[in-house]
Write a protein that binds this ligand. Structure first.
Ligand SMILES: [Zn+2]
Length: 293
């Protein structure tokens, strides 16, 4: 005896793309947590051909293999330090990037109550149209200088001087007169990056943190998607672990992780999770194509 049914009564398997699209559509709110993997997916690679294209002279001199390594190098003079860093900042923060990753992401969330917390410092969310008041850059911004001693809680826009440093440098060194110093204590300025205890959390940082906390509070019992994109294991306490905790505490919440290298979730969250081990750019493209069909 065979079970007979109309063909349209079958349950078809649902793809991750369909499921992700449905989750985002149905959500009241979306919290994006973004790490270095998102920048990489958008083409901002710190190694390989892109690194060689902009830093061949530094590679010849120091045998660096990527921008992380080069950024931590203790250059002997501030002229050379800023020779490196001005180019690093210019190419990762100010030069126009050609990619659709952020635009694709924005099109998915723009009609929702969304917020972004990111450990990235390249400012790409804001450059691609995400609302400034919906962003929290926890680890700083390449586009800001601060006092290296953090003697006062203020940061300074660096675009003009960074462009001058890039234009005027010779043999990896900027002219002495372009070296920035703190207007209060006269210590050298540095980039506003959280790499030691002297990171400057200025008024803008505190305001963004407050908005982030308000967003969490407002949606803690809602139908919310915590969307983790390209977060590595360097600082899991900022995005990954809190996201797990928020989902664990709210049966209406869903955890989505898209990560090409390390996509996983705790067993306890299996029923409230979607784990996609793929390149973020290709997943966003697939969703876009799915929506258009
Ligand atoms: Zn100072």
């Amino acid at each position: 005896m065979y079970l007979k049914t109309k063909t349209n009564a079958f349950i078809k398997p649902i793809s991750n793309i369909e499921k992700l699209h449905a989750l985002l559509q149905e959500a009241d709110a979306i919290l994006i947590g973004a790490g270095a993997g998102l920048s990489t997916a958008a083409g901002l690679r710190y190694d390989g051909e892109r690194f060689r294209r902009y830093f061949q002279d530094f590679i010849d001199a120091y045998h660096f293999t990527n921008m992380y390594e080069a950024g931590f190098y203790p250059f002997a003079t501030l002229e050379e330090y800023w020779g490196y860093w001005s180019r690093h900042i210019y190419h990762n923060r100010y030069a126009a990037q050609v990619n659709t990753v952020y635009a694709d992401l924005l099109s998915l969330v723009k009609d929702k109550d969304y917020f972004v917390i990111t450990t990235n410092v390249d400012h790409q969310f804001q450059l691609h149209g995400f609302a400034k008041e919906r962003l929290f850059y926890t680890q700083g911004d390449y586009g800001l200088f601060q006092c290296s001693r953090n003697c006062h809680a203020k940061t300074y826009d660096n675009e003009k001087v960074i462009r001058q440093m890039v234009m005027q440098q010779k043999k990896r060194c900027i002219p002495k007169e372009l070296i920035p110093y703190c207007p209060y204590c006269h210590a050298p300025m540095t980039v506003n990056l959280r790499c030691d205890a002297n990171f400057c959390e200025d008024a803008g940082w505190h305001a963004a943190q407050k908005r982030y906390q308000q967003f969490l509070k407002q949606h803690k019992d809602d139908h919310i998607v915590y969307l983790e994109l390209g977060v590595g294991n360097n600082t899991p306490g900022i995005i990954k672990y809190p996201f797990w905790q928020f989902v664990h505490e709210n049966p209406q919440a869903y955890y989505v992780i898209i990560n090409q290298l390390e996509a996983y979730c705790p067993m306890q969250l299996a029923k409230q999770s979607l784990v996609i081990e793929k390149d973020i750019a290709s997943v966003l493209k697939e969703i876009k194509a799915y929506v258009q069909t």
